[in-house]
Design a protein around this ligand. Structure first.
Ligand code: SF4
Length: 501
């Protein structure tokens, strides 16, 4: 009997470790031989812990499992109260286009054999036979853009590093996933770490970099443990070695270290403050050497591009947003989790059809897209297709593709204040519009909350200053949630005045 129980942090938070232990104990008590495999999550968080039992028909799912449900796994499975049927046949799974996350939840994350058996290392084996410019051209042709939020074409960044002349170059993976409602990086590292390792090794071949680092936030202990083990296994198997080797580095909790130059400072052992650009990290990055800094999902998307070809990947998507995007649906939503799909679904389809609307059952009021610095979208903009340019045209951004759903009880003035306060707390202090502006922003929004609507032009002016004058995205993007709240939900600001009076 083979049973999968996720090791994924969300599943563990919901009791997966206890369920796994209970399965082992129950099997021993009954004298049944059971192989318990700790897999990644399928992304259906409302079913976690989702236990899968291998049967002749496929993997049967049971969730959300509690210790009390474990004994039933050794009886008639069809009548188990937590049975959800064949996992691959569930609508959530069937509706997706899983390219980057194809193996997450399917394989044993730390079995290189399992990884190979599910198509792993095919991309790297192809890349080894190619010249560096050919690999760069393939990635460029795929249309892959930085999935961390900036959306910069990955191939162009690689080309810059590839053509730079230096005695040493680096690949740095940004796994400092600090945005609210984002968990794709964590799920990928916990559920399929070899995909990231393979993507980084391909990036090394493409650019001439022989050394890589994954900078993981300290709040991700499972991802750190899995990645460190996977690197050891890959090294012992010869996947990593003199041609390209890598290390895991752990951050110390600063949100701004998700910004690439701040991350590089932190990686060098310095305080995590933003560096002015130029010079670009692609030319003078880690230790002053040419460095590719890519997000986890960008690098993890490369193996499938190299294995199946740029044209295959590029065939998915919309406009200049090619390929697939792992949507992370969270907040007040019925079906939260990770859903990988080609760009182009409308926001309304994502929230209502995939997410099932709010968990509270109340009407959706707004959705914040792109983390704490993303704009709030009202229902009237639910026809916006999910794509970089499409969201930009509506004064928003897709960022790391995290969505926070809110019902009609949310107070948008308080959300605007939260954004400013977040910026004030997390600001690295290097530039004035962000360091001082965010504090003045909190004060100005508090004036609004007290009913002083004469502060509206002031907050608008302040947001413009921060947007245009900040050195990095933290100060530059904080105006998005503030101004979108003010623009789309002006009544919330007026109501605050009435309440105050
Ligand atoms: Fe630092 Fe904020 Fe300026 Fe970015 S915008 S460099 S976080 S002070």
């Amino acid at each position: 009997m083979k049973i999968y129980v996720p090791l994924d942090s969300a599943a563990v938070a919901l009791g997966a470790d206890k369920v796994a232990a209970a399965i082992t104990d129950e099997a021993a008590r009954r004298g049944v031989t059971v192989e318990v495999v700790r897999n990644g999550s399928r992304g259906m968080v409302w079913l976690e812990p989702l236990v899968e039992v291998v049967s002749a028909e496929g993997r049967l799912g049971f969730g959300p499992m509690a210790v009390a449900d474990v004994a039933g796994l050794f009886g008639d499975l069809a009548s188990h109260p937590k049975a959800v049927g064949l996992v691959e046949e569930l609508p959530w799974m069937k509706g997706q286009t899983r390219l980057t996350f194809a193996r997450v939840g399917v394989i044993d994350p730390l079995s290189l054999d399992d990884y190979r058996a599910h198509g792993g290392l095919v991309g790297l084996e192809r890349a080894v036979k190619m010249a560096a410019p050919e690999i760069v051209a393939e990635v460029t042709e795929s249309g892959l853009r930085g999935r961390g939020g900036a959306g910069f074409p990955t191939g162009i960044k690689w080309k810059t590093v590839s053509e730079a002349v230096a005695d040493q170059k680096y690949i740095v993976c940004n796994a400092d996933e600090g945005d609210s409602a984002t968990f794709a990086d964590r799920m990928l590292m916990e559920g399929d770490p070899f995909t990231l390792i393979e993507g980084m090794a391909i990036a090394g071949l493409a650019t001439g970099a022989t050394k890589g680092y994954v900078y993981i936030r300290s709040e991700y202990p499972v991802a750190i443990r899995v990645m460190e083990a996977a690197v050891r296994i890959a090294r012992e198997a010869g996947v990593l070695g003199p041609r390209f080797d890598m290390e895991i580095r752990v951050g110390a909790g600063a949100y701004v270290c998700g910004e690439e130059t701040s991350l590089l400072n932190s990686l060098e052992g310095k305080r995590g403050v933003v560096r002015a650009k130029p010079p670009l990290p692609a030319l003078q990055g880690f230790l002053g050497r040419p460095t590719v800094v890519n997000n986890v999902i960008s690098l993890a998307s490369v193996p499938v591009i190299m294995a199946r070809g740029a044209a295959y990947y590029k065939d998915f998507g919309l406009g200049r947003s090619r390929g697939t995007i792992p949507l992370q649906i969270a907040g007040n939503v019925r079906f939260g989790g990770l859903y990988e799909v080609a760009f182009g679904l409308t926001l309304g389809q994502i929230v209502n059809e995939i997410g099932g609307g709010t968990a509270s059952g109340r009407p959706v009021k707004a959705v914040q897209v792109g983390g704490p610095l993303g704009a709030w979208f009202p229902v009237s903009l639910f026809d916006t297709p999910f794509g970089y340019e499409e969201f930009g045209a509506k004064d928003g951004l897709i960022g790391h593709a995290g969505l926070t759903v809110a019902d009609d009880t949310i107070d948008m003035l308080q959300m605007a204040r939260f954004a400013m306060e977040f910026c004030a707390i997390e600001s690295c202090g290097k530039c004035t519009p962000c360091r001082i502006g965010s504090i003045r922003g909190v004060e100005t929004l508090d004036r609004l909350a007290r009913g002083d609507t004469s502060a509206i032009p002031l907050i608008t002016d302040l947001c413009n200053t921060m947007k245009l004058g900040s050195l990095c995205a933290l100060g530059g993007f904080t105006p998005y949630p503030v101004m979108s709240a003010l623009t789309h939900f002006p009544d919330d600001f007026v109501r605050a005045k009435e309440a105050a009076e």
